[in-house]
Every structure is written in structure tokens, then in C-alpha cells.
Design a protein around this ligand. Sequence first.
Ligand code: DX5
Ligand code: ZN
Length: 555
Amino acid sequence: MGLNYYQIKKNILKSRKLVIKATSNAGSGHPGGSFSMAEILGCLFNKYLRFDPTNPKWEDRDRLVLSKGHAAPGLFSNMATVGYFPVSELETLRKFGSKLQGHPDLKCPGVEFCGGSLGTGLSYSVGIALAGKIDSKDYRVYTVIGDGESDEGQIWEAAMTAAKYKIDNLIAFLDRNFIQQDSYTERIMPLDKQLDGDDFSEMWKDASRWKTGDKWRSFGWNVIEINGHKIEQIDAAIRKAHATKGVPTMIISRTVKGKSVEHMEDNPKWHGLAPDTDVVPIINAELNSQFMIAPSIIAGDMTNLQNEIKRCVSARSDYIHLDVMDGQFVSNKTFDHTKIKELRSLTVIPFDTHLMINEPVKHVRDYIDAGSDIITVHAEVTNESDFGEIHDILKQNQIGVGFAINPDTELPEWSYKFLTSLDQLIVMSVVPGKSGQKYIEETHAKMARLNPILKEHNFSGYIEADGGVNLENIGSIFADGARVFVGGGAIVGQENMFAAIRSFRNESLKSRRHLLLDKAQELGGPDLVNKWIGLHIVGEKQEQIKKIAKEAGYI
Ligand code: DX5
Ligand code: ZN
């Protein structure tokens, strides 16, 4: 079974928007901690939890215990997304008489635990997991605890108990966002190491100083440490936990409080504060414009692709772009599915397979079996019936569906009906065949022609820019609407791939900030622009955004 990457990602986005809508409407609530655990809950609700929204008390259901109950908006938005109640009901959040209160309550069908009194959810989970074992049930208990609530002694009592009784049907996540109600955890009650001085960035500089994993290990738990915002890492950790017998699992998830909204990120203020209604459309625009970097390994050493994959892993790429060329559709030949299969075991980073081959319909199954997460085929070698077949096979296998057009190919009319369920559209900005070519400037105009068609046909996937993307043009390509950026020469071809990816991200971020300032200006003129800038109080963001606003003549 595939990663189901896009489906999970789309529902996470939907849930984040609902959190914003609901808390802003209520005028209070906890968006920060809802966002730090958004990917964790997204993976659970959309892939792993066994539940039936029409029968919330089904005996064999898996149990999700939100011990850090203040993040209730994050739980409720997921429950609405998967059908426990209509999304419109989130408008009643924190209203008198509503079943959706500031903290989860059993009067909301589907809620397993009244979180809110911090520190107690893990003990409760130990109890119901043990009960499942005694009753020979095969349900699992998934529990999310916070790092702030880890100050409570009861967490550690529960930790000892779970190990003593070998409760291996319990999988806990520590949402390690380093922030609790009033400040940074390492100031208030360090889980890792006391933080002195004012330089908060110290906390994130060196991962080896994080010792929380050792604490849990010493309590006899199976410990897995991940980046809690990477779907593929959460997915792999859950699979590993399922395979571990005789001990409970703690998945320590390094997260960012307020993740995905720049002014909320790493800012303790957003632990328990709702956004004002006038900034909500700007926040939604920000949530809609997340971006990914996809290094193309053919720009590296073709005789040692293993090493290129390893470089992508250490450089923290979002995808790995795999250019399959068959010597027919394009004159070069690179590698086929056998190579991809060989590389698959090296990483869990999504494989973004770009098939530049003839008759892809005949080969697509091989590329699914090889372990691709996203498969893109070209318009020039498919027709409505072939693509329909490919589309269905990919969806059935929970693989992302991609469609690509060459520089002189317009989007064929027969493809319009697929746009609504397409996950990725590659707009080639070089003639396919090799890396290291120059970006074709006409692509900007092509994107302007494409955008209204995509909108009209409800395209909700990502546009991937492929060919000649570099630090000079990535900003304008972002402004055109692309959200995934392939980098051959400009990333894999660079000695320091980590720095190259970081620069790609910084340039995309600049372009996104510009887009958000445009939105603020359009909706509320300089007042809203200034208000938006003023929200960015952590680090150097404010100065950087102010500079963009000045250059645009908004302030
Ligand atoms: C071209 C490939 C691209 C290419 C990108 O046929 O699809 O992915 O390798 O390399 P650069 O970024 O160097 O153009
Ligand atoms: Zn490509």
C-alpha cells in the first residue's frame, strides 16, 4: 500500500484551515499546539486509525487519546474532516451548549478522553490499552502528549506502568515543540537541557543535545525520533511501532508550534490566542501556498546514485525527483524501475517519479512496485483512455497522480476532466532529456494561460516546475503558481546541497511573503499591511517583511 501522501496532505491543509476558522470565530482557543500536531493527527485519521464515524462506540475501534487537550481545535477539525460531524459545526466551537468545547469532552461522540487536566491522558491510555489486552482485543491506543505536560510527575508514573505491563498496543507521540503556555520549555522545566540567556535559537541548533529520547528509553520504552511535520517519517514510525512487540512505543516528534503560519511559528503567544478575523484570509493564502523542494538526482553522479540519494537525505529535501528516460521518448537513457527499487531502501522521502518514456500505461505498475510515491506521465504519450487507466491504477494504490506537459504542449482538452483529482501537474520549462539546460522564459506566459483553466476545473494539486529552476528565477516561478521546485544543476549539481536547498527555500519564502503582502494590501490597504507585518515578532522576520513591503510601495 502506498503512502497516500497527497490525500493526507490535503486533509491536513483542510484541518488547519478549519482550526483557523473555528478559533477566530470563537475569539479564543489554541491554534499553536493544534498546528504542531497537525501532521501527526493527519496521518492517524487518514491512514492508521480504525474507526467508524457512524458508530463511534464500536468496541474494536482504535482509541485516540488527546492528552494535551487544549489542542482540541486540531482534534475537532480532523474529526469533522473524516465525517464525525459536519464541518459547519466547528462554528459552534467554545459556544455555550456546543459539544465542541475548548477542551475535548465525552459529550462529543468520537472523543475518547476529557483532556485538559494535563498529565493524565497517558495513564488513562495505559488503562484502556491494558484492558484491550486482557479482553484479547486487537485495537490500538494512540496518545498524543505535550512537552509542557511532561512536567507532570504522572506522565512518568504512566511510563513506568506501561513498560512493566509490556503494553505494546500503546503508541504515544510526544509533540516536542519546545513551547508551553508561557514560554519555552527549556526555560520553565527543561526536558533536555536548561536554556540560559535569550538566544532561543540555541534550542534548535544541535539535535544531538536533545536527550528526551534517552529519558523514555531509560523507562523501558521503544523510542523513535522523527521530524513531526514529515508525513513519510510519521508513517514509517507508526509502521515500526506496529512491528515492535513487548514494549510500548514513544514517537518523539520534533515539531514547530504554529507550524505553517510564519507569524505563529515558534511564538509562545500563539499557544492560546485566536487570530483576528481580518487576517484570516491572509493566513488561508499562506496555508494554501506551502512549497516543496525536489532535487533531481540525474544532475549528480550517475555511477553512484546511492550516494546522491544520501546527499538528498542529509540536505533535507522534501521529495526526490527521479527522471526516468527510455532513449525513445527522449534520446537519453537514465534508469528504470529496477534502479528505483534498489534505491528505495535508502530513505522514506517520497519518490517523485517522472516518466519520460513511451507507452507509460504499459509500465506504470512496475514503477508502483518499485516504491514510487508520486508518478507523473507525459501528455504527449497518453490519451484519454490510457491516462484514465493510469489514473485509476495509481489512485487504487494510493500513489500520487501526476501529469506533465512539454514546453510546446498545451494542456489537452481531454485532460480537463481529470484536473480535479490530479495531484501534480509538471509544467516543463526545458525540453526534456537532460539537466543543466536554460529555463525557457515563455513558460511564465504559459503559466498565466494555464492558471484560469486549472481554476475553472478545480485543480487542487501542486504545480511542479521542472527544468532550469535556479535562485534567480525561483521567486518569479513561485509567483506564477508553482509550488514544487525541481532542482538538478542548481541543487544536486552543487557541492553543498544543504545550502542550495536552504537558499531555494529562502527565495520561495520571499516570494510567498510578497504574495501575502499583496493580499493584505488588496484587502485592507496600508493598515492591514502594517498589522500583518507587526504580527511577525520572532527573530528577524519583521524586518525582512517590512523591506519587501517598502519595495512594493505598500508602506
Ligand atoms: C529534464 C528533467 C529535469 C532535469 C532538471 O528532462 O525532467 O528534472 O533533470 O535539471 P535542471 O534543474 O538542471 O534543469
Ligand atoms: Zn523531471
